[in-house]
Design a protein around this ligand. Structure first.
Ligand code: GDP
Length: 283
């Protein structure tokens, strides 16, 4: 998706329209980059709607840092749930928390003599955080579609979930903070945006620089390095030698090393890592 102001405006309006139909917003973030994978305007758009945060792809993130992000959200009165959408770990917790978020409202409804009704959910997030995967996972549990309803954007359907919940089958796709260079870099590291924001060698260098700072041991262990280089470039060359990425006259094939380093991280082979913590943004 190419986000330009006109597109952003339309997206926001479509989301505002759908918000009228739903009770709880499920905001999906990538556990490895909970800041970079967050839409900067989402809280202003959803206003006071109850929200549950899902820290997705938790299988690839650093458990101790997941905890730090959970505490950060907890201190702001928001539940953040680590989830692995592929295995399904944590998915039931989402349903539970959405019910919890609506409990008082539903109890008030019953007190007034009205019938308890289904809680309606919608998933929002930037591209690639796992929205479609989560919708499929949730829907599979019990999937009778209830069909179109007045006011639902054409094509949208409600999927019945267990526990008397209904999920809008179309997620709200939001834009990331792409104007921030660090964010763009984190999104590219995690394959959320195409590598083309920088040439792949520079991207890998920036990634190595980051790991040297926050996960030097993962880097050493993965590439069997006794020590890291004096500079990220030197480390990159050392990795190249270890992996036999050499061209004629024993020159390092930087493109190949870059692809190895980035893809092994993206495939989870370099270990469970989280690239940012809340205190990075409080400075
Ligand atoms: P969407 O653009 O937000 O709808 O994202 P998708 O559902 O298409 O997911 C993007 C990629 O992330 C896909 O390759 C998914 O398989 C992968 N993915 C989604 N959830 C998880 C997860 O919990 N763990 C891992 N490792 N990968 C995930």
């Amino acid at each position: 998706i190419n986000w330009y102001p006109g597109h952003m405006k339309k997206t926001k309006e479509a989301l505002q329209k759908n918000l009228k139909l739903i009770d709880v917003v499920v905001e999906l973030l990538d556990s490895r980059i909970p800041f970079s994978s967050k839409n900067p305007d989402v809280d202003r758009i959803i206003k006071d709607k109850p929200k549950v945060v899902v820290l997705n792809k938790s299988d690839m993130a650093d458990p101790s840092k997941i905890k730090i992000w959970q505490d950060y959200y907890e201190s702001r009165g928001i539940k953040a749930i680590p989830v692995n959408t592929i295995s399904g770990k944590g998915v039931d917790k989402i349903i539970q928390e959405c019910r919890e978020a609506m409990r008082e409202k539903m109890e008030a409804l019953v007190k007034k003599g009205r019938k308890e009704r289904a809680i309606r959910l919608m998933i929002v997030g930037v591209p690639n955080v796992g929205k479609s995967t989560l919708i499929n996972k949730l829907a599979k549990r019990k999937s009778t579609q209830t069909g179109d309803r007045p006011g639902v954007t054409k094509g949208n359907q409600w999927v019945k979930l267990k526990g008397d919940l209904e999920l809008l089958d179309t997620p709200g796709i939001l834009w990331p903070r792409f104007e921030d260079e660090n964010v763009a870099m984190n999104l590219a590291f995690t394959r959320a945006i195409k590598d083309e924001i920088l040439d792949i060698e520079t991207l890998a260098l920036r990634f190595i620089e980051k790991l040297e700072d926050i996960y030097p041991d993962n880097l050493k262990e993965r590439y069997k390095l006794e020590e890291l280089g004096q500079t990220p470039l030197e480390t990159m060359e050392m990795i190249g030698v270890k992996r036999g990425c050499l061209m004629a006259r024993k020159e390092i094939d930087y493109t190949r090393v870059a692809k190895i380093v980035l893809n092994e991280f993206r495939d989870g082979k370099t270990g469970k890592m989280t690239l940012e913590v809340p205190s990075d943004f409080e400075k």
